[in-house]
Design a protein around this ligand. Structure first.
Ligand code: FES
Length: 96
């Protein structure tokens, strides 16, 4: 299973391919907001992908539209509820 490292805490967890980053982070007990229950409507699960961005699923229109409305996004921004884990290791930075 690919590894997901949380830059803030230095913690590394196993993340199932095809599962959302939000699900993996929540399973690991990481403090991440998810106010709309993973519908790409609130933007509260916004994270930065520090390494390994290309292994994630591509951002679809609802995610891109939500990201466009958030202050402080960068080219490394993703919504953790929409980004599905690929087969390579990644590192993320949580904002909450
Ligand atoms: S939980 Fe609301 S956009 Fe991800």
């Amino acid at each position: 299973m690919p590894l997901l490292t949380i830059k803030n805490s230095g913690k590394t967890i196993e993340a199932e391919t095809g599962k959302s980053l939000l699900s993996s982070l929540m399973s690991a007990g990481e403090p991440i907001l998810h106010k709309c229950d993973a519908k790409a409507e609130c933007g509260s699960c916004h994270i930065f992908v520090v390494e390994g961005r290309k292994t994630l699923s591509k951002a679809q229109r609802p995610e891109n539209e939500r990201l466009d409305s958030i202050v402080g996004v960068s080219s490394n921004s993703r919504l953790a509820c929409q980004a599905l884990m690929g087969t390579e290791n990644i590192t993320v930075e949580l904002l909450a």
